[in-house]
Design a protein around this ligand. Structure first.
Ligand SMILES: Nc1nc2c(ncn2[C@@H]2O[C@H](COP(=O)(O)O[C@H]3[C@@H](O)[C@H](n4cnc5c(=O)[nH]c(N)nc54)O[C@@H]3COP(=O)(O)O)[C@@H](O)[C@H]2O)c(=O)[nH]1
Length: 674
């Protein structure tokens, strides 16, 4: 397992603590400065207005006293003398008491009162002396009153000034206070916002760190696990496999590897949709886990492929039991999204150390054993045997050879005649591919087509066949020879890659052929394919071109009447196996008869393949079969031989005039077996 570089945690952690400290400092600063400023302010508020207001208040009291005295003096002349004197004395006493003797009452007057005191003292003395005159000397009293008035005016002036000063001072302090309070408010707000911001930043950073840690953990998980099933992936499995092999080598034990895949999973996935496929894979993963011990490893290698590592075994026998238990567990019906499904699995098994020294080798060999298990039947397991490796090596070499053969254009076409059974005459030629191998000679298709189909090379081979067949028809036409049409075989894979209709159209155009010059043969397997809708669409396109379609090997598969109606087929080719049973198997005879009738009732022409005897031909002809193909009329032959036959006197003019028998022998006489 590759060691992952651990991302560093330290830097984000330090930043977090730095932010935390900054926030804490800010909070302390905010609280401290707020407390200090508020404290100072309350001191200022208490003190500043107190002194000046007390002065103003004392001047106010003094002024009131003096004015009251003045008013008493004003009314003095209007009263009976005795009472007047009494009142005046009373008032005077009061004033003197207020102004002089109870000076503590005016304690806040300060230096201003020092300036007022002589004037006040003089006025009071004068008033006092006037009042003491007997009888009352009003003129003298007037003088005292005037002096008193002067003192009152001065007191009033002082009162106004101190009041003004104190209120002025007060409002100045008030505005300062206001400004200070506003600044403090602003400062607090800034601190608050900064604090909230910092706290937010911290929280955000914490959140990012958490997410980052989660993402890292997820990435680490995904690097080693399959996201769908949560099982170990190929990387982790290979790592555990390597470790298990090393451990087993030390302990002198064995390790078993089971390579599994689900049978026909692709069909389920394609037909029921990926969500159903995914749910099924999850369920299979769980079932597999339940079949093994906690120390074993179940992994999903991709698609529908799983691998299981069994450790601590002493004998391979136990592996077979586990494999069977797994096959049984997987094959139990499973309900997925409301649908009851049943899948089976096949397994290839390798055992360490006997089947491979390394994990890679064990996996590769288990894959080979799986391939064999699947080839045998679904729902089976197979232990690896060395012969599989030889077969695989041969298969790979063959595939390489096929690619080379394609590049070197070693595929050639042989042509087999198709004879009109009732009228005689050539109805067409079927082009059959052969491999002209430089060492092996002519290789029949049965030896290379299965591998070509498996590897997908059949598509390129099919393109070469189409081109060669069209070119050959052109050559015959140019030579003045007129075989009615050439039929080529199409493999299912050709419908799934590229644009088949366009390829056929181009093949015809490039060779200058009419669509009726070509026929395509498809097998029952093709129309029964799961992509039959797409295949139907492509076949309709081919029919639209004007090219006819024959359904090959009819009767061997499960194609039904419905299929015949759905697919735009022109001809049915009765499979050779039925033809060869004619005269021997009553059932097959009945089938042949029925196919001929059924085909005709659907407006299709019937071709019988593999006719080897005149009896078979006679019977088919009697039943109304339209066309026959088989060794009786001619084996598949190279184009040059077809040319010779087309040029022979039997074909000069209209060979249909010759009669059926002559026609057969014309094709068969020179024919060499191919
Ligand atoms: N996709 C493609 N498939 C092709 C192509 N060329 C051939 N094929 C398919 O390969 C199968 C084997 O073909 P081949 O070995 O050529 O066999 C053909 C005939 O030789 C054989 N035949 C014909 N008459 C007789 C007979 O009387 N007896 C007898 N034992 N065999 C006979 O039948 C084969 C033709 O069959 P069919 O195609 O079904 O008409 C075969 O399935 C080919 O289709 C290719 O280019 N592409």
């Amino acid at each position: 397992m590759s060691a992952e570089r651990e991302p560093s945690d330290r830097r984000p952690g330090r930043l977090f603590w730095l932010l935390a400290m900054l926030t804490a400092g800010l909070v302390v600063l905010a609280v401290g400065s707020t407390w200090w400023v508020l404290n100072t302010l309350s001191h200022i508020e208490e003190r500043l207005p107190g002194a000046s207001l007390a002065t103003a208040r004392d001047f106010g009291v003094l002024l009131q006293d003096l004015q009251r005295l003045d008013r008493s003096l004003e009314i003095l002349p209007l009263q009976p003398e005795q009472r007047r004197l009494e009142a005046a004395n009373l008032a005077l006493d009061f004033a003197v008491l207020r102004a002089r003797d109870n000076r503590s009452l005016y304690g806040h007057l300060g230096a201003d009162y020092d300036r007022l005191e002589p004037v006040l003292g003089e006025a009071l003395t004068e008033v006092e002396e006037a009042l003491e005159t007997e009888p009352l000397d009003l003129a003298y009293l007037r003088i005292g009153q005037e002096t008193l008035q002067g003192a009152i005016d001065q007191t009033k002036w002082l009162y106004d000034r101190t009041t003004y000063d104190s209120s002025n001072q007060l409002s100045t302090q008030a505005s300062r206070l206001k400004a200070l309070r506003a600044s403090l408010g602003l400062l607090s707000l800034v601190i608050l916002v900064a604090t909230v911001g910092l706290v937010g930043l911290m929280l955000w950073q914490r959140h990012v760190l958490q997410r980052w840690a989660q993402a890292r953990a997820r990435l680490q998980f995904l690097a080693l696990h399959d996201p769908l099933t949560g099982l170990p992936n190929r990387t982790l499995f290979q790592d555990r496999l390597a470790q298990a092999c090393a451990q087993a080598r030390r302990d002198d034990r064995i390790v078993a590897l089971l390579y599994l895949d689900l049978d026909h999973f692709k069909e389920i996935n394609d037909s029921l949709g990926h969500p159903v496929g995914d749910a099924l894979l999850r369920e299979v993963g769980q079932r597999l886990q339940r079949c093994v011990r906690a120390t074993d490893t179940v992994a999903r290698l991709g698609g529908d492929e799983f691998a299981i590592l069994l450790i601590g075994l002493t004998h391979p026998r136990g592996t077979a039991r586990v494999a069977q238990a797994i096959i049984d567990a997987v094959s139990r019906p499973v309900r997925v999204q409301g649908q009851l499904l049943q899948v089976s699995t096949s397994a290839g098994i390798t055992v360490f150390p006997q089947d491979g020294e390394s994990g890679e080798q064990l996996l590769a060999n288990a894959d080979m054993a799986l391939y064999r298990a699947k080839a045998q039947a679904c729902g089976h397991y197979h232990f690896f045997i060395p012969a599989y490796r030889t077969a695989l090596v041969e298969r790979r070499a063959m595939e390489k050879e096929l690619r080379r053969a394609l590049r070197c254009q070693e595929f050639v076409l042989y042509y087999q005649p198709q004879i009109h059974l009732t009228q005689g005459g050539l109805d067409g030629l079927e082009a059959l591919v052969r491999w002209q191998h430089p060492r092996r000679g002519l290789v029949p298709p049965a030896e290379f087509l299965p591998l070509a189909e498996e590897s997908g090379l059949i598509v390129t081979i099919g393109r070469q066949v189409l081109r060669q067949a069209c070119d050959q028809m052109r050559a015959w036409r140019d030579a003045g020879l007129h075989p009615p049409r050439v039929a080529i075989n199409l493999a299912t894979a050709q419908f799934k890659q590229g644009d088949l209709v366009e390829e056929i159209r181009q093949g015809l155009t490039q060779a200058g052929l009419a669509p009726r010059d070509l026929e395509v043969e498809i097998t029952e397997g093709t129309i029964l394919d799961r992509d039959s809708a797409e295949i139907q669409r492509i076949l309709a396109g081919i029919r639209e071109l004007g090219v006819e379609i024959a359904l090959d090997d009819f009767g061997t598969g499960y194609a039904s009447l419905t299929h015949l109606k759905r697919f735009p087929v022109n001809r049915l080719k009765i499979d050779r196996s039925f033809v060869q049973s004619l005269g021997q198997d009553a059932d097959d005879e009945a089938i042949v008869k029925m196919v001929i009738q059924l085909g005709h009732s659907l407006g299709l022409a019937i071709v019988a393949e593999g006719i080897e005897t005149a009896e078979q031909a006679g019977y088919l002809s009697q039943q109304g079969c339209d066309v026959g193909q088989g060794y009786l009329f001619g084996r598949p032959m190279p184009a040059e031989e077809v040319t010779l036959r087309l040029r022979s006197p039997a074909f000069n003019g209209d060979e249909r005039d010759q009669g059926v028998d002559e026609c057969w022998s014309a094709w068969a006489s020179d024919g060499r077996a191919s």
